[in-house]
Design a protein around this ligand. Structure first.
Ligand code: NAG
Ligand code: NAG
Ligand code: NAG
Length: 419
C-alpha cells in the first residue's frame, strides 16, 4: 500500500513537472526550492559549466550575486573576469584579486576582486569574479557567460549541509534575475514561494523572468518596493544604496486593532536605519524591541479573548501557548490575525495560521516572531517562516511586490500552484 501510493505520488510529480516546466520555458527560468530541516535555510540546485555540475545554493533574496566554492569545480568553459574590464565594473569589483597557491578555479591572478559574504559566520572574504555557463531547467539555452564569485571552501560554515554557496536575488546588475533578463530579453522580475515542509514533495518555487501568475486569484495585492538609500552590505562605497528589498509597512494590526507604535520606527531615516526589510536568511520575523513588546502584548490579549491559554515561553520566542487550547484548521492554528498595513487603500499583508505560529514541541505553540533588540539596522525584518506558502512576485520593472498572503487559506500550497 505504502509503496503503491509512493509510486503514484512519484508519477503524479513526474507528470506535473513535465506538464508545467516546458510550458513555462519560454517565459522564465524555473527552479525548485527545498527547505533544509536543520537550519531552515531554503536552497535550490543550479547547473554550471561544461561538466554541468549540480551545485546546491542557498537563496538570498537580498544577496548581491551568486557565489559558491570553486575548490573542486571542474569546467572547460570557466574564465576569470580581468580586473579593470567592463564586466568587472558591472560586477562592482574593486581592484585586483591575486592568489599565491597553485592555480585552480578560484585561485588566479589579475582577477576582478569580489567580496562574497557569509552571513552565518559574518565573514567577508577576498575572492575573485569568474564567468561560466549557467544551464537553466526546461528548454532554454544555457546562459553562456554567467558572472559569479568563487568562495574558498574554508568559509562555508553555517550553510546547510550539502550546500556550497548562495544565490543572490538583490538589486544588483549581476543578480540572477538581472543576468537572465539580459540574456533572454525577459522582464526583470522573479517570483518566489518558499516551502513550509522539508519533505521531498513539499517543494517551493522560484521563477525568474516572464509571466508569473496563470491564476489571477493567487497574488491579489501590490505594494511599492522601497529603496533604502544606504547600503546594508558589510562594505560599500559612500552613497551606495542597499541592494536589499524593503516595503513600506505603516502599522501593525492584531485582530483588527492597530498596535500603538511610534511612526518613526516604520520609516527609513537618512542613515538607512529603520524600515521593513524582506530577508530569506532570517528564520522568524524580527521586530524592533519597541514594536515587539506592544505587539506581543496585543497578541496575547487577543489570544486570551479566543480562550487560548498561555504557556511558559520557549526561547527565542516570548509568547507561547498551550497547543491543546488552539483550534487547528487546514491553514494552521486558528489565532488572532496579524496584518502588516501597507500604503494605499486597504492594503495589508495578513499573517495568519501557520505563518503566525510555530509548534516548538507537542504541547506548546509560540507566536513566531522574535525580538530584534533595541538598535536593529532595520526595524522589521520579515523572515522565512512568515513567507512560507505565500506567493511573492518581485517586479523590478514597476518596482513593486505582489503578494498573496497564505496560499493555505485558498486551499493551495507552493507545490500545487501552477506558475
Ligand atoms: C534558524 O533555525 C534553526 C533551527 O531552529 C537554527 O539552527 C538556526 O540557528 C536559526 N538561524 C538563525 C539565524 O536564527
Ligand atoms: C600569481 O603571481 C605570483 C607572482 O608573480 C606567482 O607567484 C603566483 O604563482 C601566481 N598565482 C597563480 C595562481 O598563478
Ligand atoms: C482542498 O483541496 C483538497 C484536495 O485538492 C480537496 O479535497 C478539498 O475538498 C479542498 N477543500 C476546500 C475547502 O476547497
Amino acid at each position: 500500500m505504502a509503496s503503491s501510493s509512493t509510486s503514484l505520488l512519484c508519477s503524479l510529480l513526474f507528470f506535473f513537472v513535465l506538464l508545467v516546466f516546458p510550458a513555462n520555458a519560454q517565459n522564465g527560468v524555473p527552479l525548485s526550492l527545498k527547505k533544509d530541516p536543520k537550519t531552515r535555510q531554503y536552497y535550490t540546485t543550479i547547473t554550471m559549466g561544461s561538466n554541468r555540475s549540480p551545485i546546491n545554493v542557498i537563496i538570498d533574496i537580498g544577496g548581491p550575486y551568486l557565489w559558491f566554492s570553486c575548490n573542486d569545480y571542474k569546467s572547460n568553459t570557466y574564465a576569470p573576469i580581468p580586473c579593470g574590464s567592463p564586466k568587472c565594473e558591472l560586477a562592482k569589483g574593486i581592484g585586483c584579486y591575486g592568489c599565491n597557491l597553485p592555480k585552480r578555479p578560484g585561485c588566479t591572478n589579475d582577477t576582478c576582486a569580489a567580496s562574497p559574504y557569509n552571513p552565518f559566520t559574518n565573514m567577508l572574504v577576498s575572492q575573485g569574479f569568474y564567468e561560466d555557463s549557467f544551464h537553466p531547467a526546461g528548454r532554454l539555452a544555457p546562459l553562456p557567460r554567467y558572472i559569479f564569485s568563487c568562495m574558498d571552501k574554508d568559509y562555508l560554515e553555517g550553510l546547510a549541509s550539502g550546500t556550497t554557496g548562495m544565490l543572490g536575488l538583490g538589486r544588483t546588475d549581476i543578480s540572477l534575475h538581472k543576468q537572465v533578463a539580459g540574456v533572454f530579453g525577459f522582464a526583470d522580475k522573479f517570483s518566489v514561494c518558499f516551502p513550509s515542509s522539508s519533505s521531498s514533495l513539499g517543494f517551493g518555487k522560484l521563477l525568474v523572468g516572464g509571466i508569473v501568475f496563470t491564476e489571477s486569484t493567487i497574488a491579489t495585492k501590490t505594494t511599492p518596493l522601497v529603496v533604502n538609500p544606504v547600503s546594508t552590505y558589510p562594505i560599500f562605497v559612500e552613497g551606495e544604496r542597499s541592494d536589499e528589498y524593503f516595503i513600506g509597512v505603516k502599522s501593525i494590526r492584531v485582530a483588527g486593532e492597530t498596535v500603538s507604535v511610534k511612526d518613526s520606527y516604520f520609516a527609513i531615516d537618512k542613515n538607512g536605519v529603520g524600515g521593513t526589510k524582506i530577508s530569506s536568511l532570517q528564520n522568524f520575523t524580527a521586530l524592533h524591541n519597541s514594536i515587539y513588546k506592544p505587539f506581543a502584548r496585543a497578541f496575547v490579549k487577543a489570544a486570551a479573548n479566543m480562550k487560548i491559554k498561555s504557556a511558559a515561553a520557549v526561547a527565542p520566542f516570548r509568547a507561547c501557548f498551550k497547543s491543546e487550547t488552539i483550534t487547528r484548521t487546514a491553514a494552521g492554528a486558528l489565532v488572532p490575525d496579524i496584518d502588516f498595513v501597507l500604503p494605499g487603500n486597504d492594503v495589508y499583508w495578513r499573517i495568519s495560521g501557520a505563518n503566525a505560529m510555530v509548534e516548538v514541541d507537542r504541547k506548546t505553540s509560540c507566536l513566531a516572531f522574535v525580538d530584534g533588540g533595541s538598535e536593529p539596522r532595520s526595524s522589521i525584518v520579515i523572515g522565512g517562516h512568515q513567507m512560507e506558502e505565500n506567493f511573492l512576485e518581485f517586479d523590478l520593472v514597476n518596482s513593486q511586490l505582489k503578494f498573496s498572503s497564505s496560499l493555505l487559506v485558498q486551499n493551495k500550497t507552493c507545490s500545487n500552484v501552477i506558475v
